[in-house]
Design a protein around this ligand. Structure first.
Ligand code: NAD
Ligand code: TDX
Length: 344
């Protein structure tokens, strides 16, 4: 089987490529990535010389390039991770989110129809369901929850999901969609909450907590997201949506305190800063369908995944220090220092 993975130089795509290359030596894995600020080939070092792995640099929204690639490679399966993924960036500059997340997806869908792809899998997010109130812990997102987005990021992801479903119904493209909760784990870019806490705490820098820190996220180790997608592309029912999550809800403040404690750093590093605009209150996934229909079970809980992740950041300082010493410094200045969220 030939599997085209897009966005495989990013956090989740990079973990997925490594997982698939090692687990299925008989399959060919092609990693297509534009190498934006979030793409990093250092993440793929362990597989770059494997015979069943190939990297191609390119933009999923570049129609001519995508059609040529499909003509040449004729993939059996497409797994689309490529996206602009950071909510804060989408608030500052929505355009690129529309281009990559929506137009990039429709370009891949067109190529998949034209070249008879046997399975197109869209990696979506729980953010397409909007948020849940803090005072209703009995409520969870199911696959039937209406789409109700808050940010330009989640709106672009929801638009992409609707196109995927339209291409299934209108053109008969065999599609599946997964909607996962917040991921954490190795190779997570340090603009996102958990790696930001780890990298800043290790340097004894302040930890910016948006608003009151009461917002709840449902955390899943990236390994468990990879096993879910693997199951869905092999055994998932065409045309279906599968929610992915492991019931690991934590407030942001709980997450920050857990990581600080594990690193033996003081809570005095916590700094409350201006809230994110339109900040979603609570995400919580009901993964029953995936568990019942496909037998998926997560390997990690938050309590086992966090120490593993912290250890990875301690053992792989070079990976993240290279990032925070480069272009990321400009980002941090614009998004945190200039907005009064952190000191220079
Ligand atoms: P990421 O930002 O770490 O990686 C995105 C990758 O896509 C990068 O390697 C980047 O270079 C590449 N890319 C961006 N634009 C591209 C383009 N136009 N053409 C080709 N490649 C391009 O993102 P991530 O956190 O790994 O998320 C991957 C996917 O999973 C996204 O679709 C995201 O919406 C979804 N998702 C993420 C989470 C999470 O917690 N991170 C949770 C649920 C779903
Ligand atoms: O400095 C920070 N301080 C802070 O309080 C940052 C970066 C975040 N936060 C808060 C905002 C959120 O409530 O922490 C929470 C998590 O923030 P992010 O790591 O930016 O993730 P989130 O916005 O929840 O989105 C993530 O999960 C769903 C991914 O980035 C998305 O791609 C995915 O779809």
């Amino acid at each position: 089987m030939k599997i085209l993975v897009t966005g495989g130089a990013g956090f989740i795509g990079g973990n997925f490529v490594q997982y698939m290359v090692n687990k299925y030596p008989e399959d060919q894995i092609i990693n297509l990535d534009a190498l934006t600020y979030a793409g990093n080939l250092e993440t793929l070092k362990s597989v770059e010389d494997k015979p069943n792995y190939k990297f191609v640099k390119g933009d999923i929204a570049d129609r001519e390039f995508i059609m040529d690639l499909f003509e040449k490679e004729r993939p059996d399966v497409v797994v689309n991770f490529a996206a602009e993924s950071h909510v804060d960036r989408s608030i500052e500059d929505p355009d690129i989110f529309v281009k990559t997340n929506v137009l990039g997806t429709t370009t891949l869908l067109d190529a998949s129809v034209k070249y008879g792809v046997k399975r197109y899998h869209q990696v979506s997010t729980d953010e397409v369901y909007g948020d849940l109130p803090l005072d209703r812990p009995d409520l969870f997102f199911t696959e039937k929850t209406p789409l109700h987005t808050s940010s330009p990021y989640s709106s672009a992801k929801a638009a992409a999901d609707l196109f995927v479903q339209a291409y299934h119904r209108t053109y008969g493209l065999p599609t599946t969609i997964s909607r996962c909760s917040n991921n954490y784990g190795p190779y997570h870019f340090p603009e996102k909450l958990i790696p930001l806490i780890i990298s800043r705490a290790l340097n004894d820098e302040t930890i910016p907590v948006y608003g009151t820190g009461e917002n709840v996220r449902d955390w899943l180790h990236v390994h468990d997201h990879c096993t879910a997608i693997d199951l869905i592309i092999r055994n998932g029912k065409v045309g279906e949506v599968y929610n992915v999550g492991g019931h690991n809800e934590r407030t942001n403040l709980e997450v920050v305190k857990t990581v600080l404690k594990a690193l033996d750093k003081p809570e005095s590093l916590i700094t409350y800063v201006t809230d994110r605009k339109g900040h979603d209150m609570r995400y919580a996934i009901d993964p029953t369908k995936l568990e019942r229909e496909l037998g998926w079970e997560p390997e990690y809980t938050f309590d086992t995944g966090i120490p593993q992740t912290i250890q990875w950041y301690l053992d792989n300082k070079e990976w993240w220090e290279n990032i925070i010493s480069g272009e990321y410094q400009n980002y941090f200045k614009e998004m945190y220092v200039d907005k009064g969220r952190a000191e220079e």
